[in-house]
Ligand binder design. Structure first.
Ligand SMILES: Cc1cc2nc3c(=O)[nH]c(=O)nc-3n(C[C@H](O)[C@H](O)[C@H](O)COP(=O)(O)OP(=O)(O)OC[C@H]3O[C@@H](n4cnc5c(N)ncnc54)[C@H](O)[C@@H]3O)c2cc1C
Length: 382
């Protein structure tokens, strides 16, 4: 399905497909089993320009529009969601926030390294007692002369153990969202410790960590944006982030479709390929429709962003539909594979495990429904 793609967008998609087929697909099952991607993949993602998409070339980025960005994330999602997540977080949540809200010094300090893959970023919002209700976070930042002292605990942080900088949200004022400020915290700061959370259902190759801050000192120049504007910054960042999660989900669904169609043509039961059984075709058709519909919702968001239009509600719609569609698609693909879908010799079981978290993070499906409902009615039902 090529809806008005430009020559540049087609070229970047081909580049991404080739990269994923060479550098990701052959290793994805191994990385999943050993619960760690090859750290060298980060440098390769930087070299090919995927960690600098949509960022100005002046700061080491590779430019391009948001549709091209989504095309790359779809391919990465098809290859390995653990790798897609590294890009979504380091580029989509951290580098883009610095590009949008950072001072010239902050952009010069971090963007060239983040775009080249010599540094990684993580986005530290969630805490043990504040997930969906992120505005209830309790990590504190207390002013000390020209510095801030940060104390608290963050959990479920993607790239947490591998990142060089954390875009971290802390309370500088009273309760509620107006008391939250964003900081760029180098992860080698004294007083910051990190430990990996093992045993995830999916995204097993991706580092997920707990961060503990015990009087971590950062200068005021590490503050990103105004005091008290951190929650608004986080919400804006997450709205765009939802598009990249949704794009990764389209990749999962497309990978499920490719695998299921191939398998249905090759596997014979009752004297003919299972593709010749109508109920198997029903499964394939459902995956195909889910994939195409999710892709169009993602492209709509990218198009709105590229035209400077509001996109937050459409991003929630894309994330809600694409994440649920990816789970459905992976489940249907396993059904097509029969018992062989249940062992990790084939990719569809991993697709299901990796898809499952996309209905949970960057706002659960329930939270997306509340955001869409609020936009429709003007009534806040949180
Ligand atoms: C693998 C992984 C990676 C992650 N990466 C990051 C990261 O990089 N950075 C980061 O900051 N966080 C990250 N997260 C955290 C993620 O964003 C949170 O898990 C998510 O926001 C949900 O919060 P919670 O887990 O505390 O669930 P809770 O908020 O406790 O929700 C539990 C259930 O209650 C429902 N619920 C809550 N409130 C309402 C309501 N008002 N109405 C209806 N239902 C409601 C939820 O939908 C859910 O079903 C990650 C999580 C995982 C699992």
């Amino acid at each position: 399905m090529d809806l008005h793609l430009s020559a540049e967008q087609v070229a970047v998609r081909e580049l991404a497909a080739d990269f994923v087929n060479r550098e990701v697909v052959p290793h994805a099952a191994t990385w999943d089993r050993r619960e760690a991607v090859d750290p060298g993949i980060v440098g390769k993602l930087g070299d090919v320009g995927f960690l600098g998409l949509t960022i100005d070339e002046e700061y080491g980025g590779s430019g391009g529009d948001h549709l091209a960005y989504c095309l790359v994330l779809e391919e990465l999602g098809r290859g390995d969601s653990a790798v897609r997540g590294i890009v979504s977080v380091s580029l989509g949540l951290v580098a883009k926030s610095i590009a949008t809200h950072g001072t010239r010094e902050q952009r010069e300090q971090w963007l060239p390294a983040l775009c080249s893959g010599t540094a990684l970023g993580c986005f530290a919002l969630t805490e043990p007692d504040s997930g969906s209700d992120a505005a209830a976070l309790t990590t504190r930042a207390v002013r000390d002369g020209d510095d801030w002292l940060l104390t608290g605990r963050k959990t479920f942080i993607t790239n947490g153990t591998t990142a060089d900088v954390a875009l971290l949200f802390a309370r500088t004022g009273g309760p509620g969202h107006r008391g939250i400020t964003a900081f760029l915290v180098p992860t080698d700061s004294p007083g910051l410790s990190r430990s990996e959370i093992k045993g995830k259902l999916g995204l097993r190759g991706q580092a997920t960590a707990e961060l503990v801050l015990d009087g971590v000192r950062v200068p005021d120049t590490a503050r990103l944006g105004e005091c008290g504007a951190g929650f608004r910054l986080a919400l804006g960042t997450l709205a765009k982030g939802r598009m990249s999660v949704a794009a990764g989900c389209v990749g999962i669904a497309q990978g499920c479709l490719n695998a299921a169609v191939d398998y249905a043509g090759a596997r014979t039961q009752f004297g003919k390929p299972i593709a010749g059984h109508q109920l198997v075709q029903q499964l394939l058709a459902r995956i195909a429709v889910d994939t195409a519909a999710a892709r169009l919702l993602v492209w709509q968001v990218a198009d709105l962003i590229d035209r400077g239009q509001p996109y937050a509600t459409e991003a929630s719609m894309a994330k809600l539909f694409a994440s649920e569609a990816a789970v459905r698609a992976a489940n249907d693909a396993i059904q097509v594979f029969g018992g062989y879908g249940y062992i990790d010799e084939y990719p569809v079981g991993k697709y299901l495990r990796d898809a499952r978290v996309t209905t949970l993070y960057e706002g659960t499906s329930q939270i997306q429904q509340l955001l869409i409902g609020r936009a429709l009615t003007g009534v806040n039902a949180f």
